[in-house]
Design a protein around this ligand. Sequence first.
Ligand code: SAH
Length: 251
Amino acid sequence: MVHFVGAGPGAPDLITLRGAALLREADVVIYAGSLVNPALLENCRPGCEIHDSARMTLDEVLQVMERAEAEGKTTVRLHTGDPSLYGAVREQFDALRERGIAFDVTPGVSSLFGASAALGAEFTLPGVSQSLIVTRLAGRTGVPESEALDALARHGASMALFLSGGMLERVQERLLAGGYAPDTPAALVYKATWPDERCVRCTVGTLARAGRDAMIDRTALVLVGRFLNAPYEKSRLYDPAFTTGYREGRA
Ligand code: SAH
């Protein structure tokens, strides 16, 4: 059996209870060493076989899983944040299905939510934005034309950009081309929830300079949108005059 587990954004106590239990019981662990906090591996069983996938190809990862399976062992494949975001997991799922190897998936706290927590921000503010666009700038890996950053920017929604910290000049240019005003608030969150976490607040018009000044290029998220500082309406859910399924509104 192979368990895909979301490791969370960095802090070792932000893995789920289920993920931590699977990790404690694993015979073999393959972890994404470029981003997963190695402190998570301290609770592995003595003798647990540990591989860093940052140095491996997909075939090598699959070989380790196949061998473990043949020996009746349990494997944990530990991915950063939540496995379903930029995790390259689908190709592993499909290869395991082809080989008849059973697997399951335990979700994780995405770095996206580590970043909003670090900023004390809410992506979905009434009267400001009720949508969050999760995307990336096209780099060595392409992005479908209809999802080009300037096309998405036209919505003016809250936005979180992964894998784009090393291309901030172009991020800024595309966001402005798409219609965000230069004074739209933005933030860079470097290594959210790690001990060396850093948050830099700026605007769309100063994004590239802010990144250069703070020397942030990798393991960072770019958050963009008026949710970062605009005036907003209070939620109706907690409005005393608003009736919900749980509470009668009082005039
Ligand atoms: N599945 C992961 C994302 C993997 S893609 C998740 O859900 O978070 C790798 C990208 O994620 C990095 O380039 C960076 O943009 C972002 N990232 C991962 N961990 C991060 C962290 N702790 N702080 C800020 N960004 C992070």
